[in-house]
Design a protein around this ligand. Structure first.
Ligand code: ZN
Length: 106
């Protein structure tokens, strides 16, 4: 009986080691992506490495920069910093709310 228990334990140990190894590999791949390695590692550990891999593949590569712009619908000016109202229109006494939009550059 003890003999079989020992085999079970070894098998479990090998399986969990392999599981950790695969998770770490997926996490290393994830660190090159926008999702980041730590988040990928957690997903891989708790929701299997397959889920982690799908998550990584669905994310953007890290070298793409997400830039947020703010455009004024009144004068058409664009701003990169977050004004609530258009500073240009504000000078003319108009309160125009800026529209936020983001784009990606490589
Ligand atoms: Zn404006």
């Amino acid at each position: 009986m003890n003999f079989f228990n020992q085999i079970d334990f070894d098998y479990l140990l090998i399986l969990s080691t392999a599981y950790l190894f695969v998770s770490a590999s997926v996490a290393r791949y994830g660190s090159m992506r926008e999702v980041g390695g730590r988040k990928t590692l957690l997903i891989s550990l708790f929701l299997t490495p397959v889920s982690g891999l799908i998550y990584v593949l669905g994310s953007q590569p890290k070298d793409t920069l997400k830039i947020t712009h703010y455009r004024c619908p009144e004068c058409g000016l664009e701003y990169t910093d977050g004004h609530l109202h258009c500073p240009s229109c504000k000078k003319e006494g108009k309160k125009i709310r800026l529209i936020k939009f983001s784009m990606r550059t490589y």
